[in-house]
Design a protein around this ligand. Sequence first.
Ligand SMILES: [Zn+2]
Ligand SMILES: [Zn+2]
Ligand SMILES: [Zn+2]
Ligand SMILES: [Zn+2]
Length: 116
Amino acid sequence: MESEGEGVSLPLIHEHLMMPWNDLRKGHCCGHFLAISDGYYCKICDFFVHKKCVDESTEYIEHPLHSIHTLKLLQSKLEFRCDVCDVRDVMGIVNLCYRCEICDFQVDLYCAKYPP
Ligand SMILES: [Zn+2]
Ligand SMILES: [Zn+2]
Ligand SMILES: [Zn+2]
Ligand SMILES: [Zn+2]
C-alpha cells in the first residue's frame, strides 16, 4: 500500500513522509485557518501543515520582532500562545513554533514567516 517516493520529506517539520494535501483546516504549524490551504499531511499522525507556513523552513530564523536572538524551530508545548498574534491555543493544535529559550519568546510558523 505504501508507495515510496510520492511523499515529501520535511525533516525539520515532521518525522514521517508527508503527502501534498489540500484541506480547509487548522494547521499544526500555526493554528490558523488559511483561505488557501495547500499543505502537507501525514496520515499516520493526522498531522497537517500549511505549505505557506513550512515551505523553505530553516532550523533557525531571525525575526524582526525579536532581532536580538535567533529563534529555533521546536515542538511547542501543550498550551501554546503566540507572542506576535497573541492567539492562544489551549487545544494543543499548534505543534511547531519558533522559540527563544532565553526570553521565552515564541511564534507560530505563520507569524515567523509573515511578520505583521
Ligand atoms: Zn500554518
Ligand atoms: Zn507522522
Ligand atoms: Zn502568531
Ligand atoms: Zn531572546
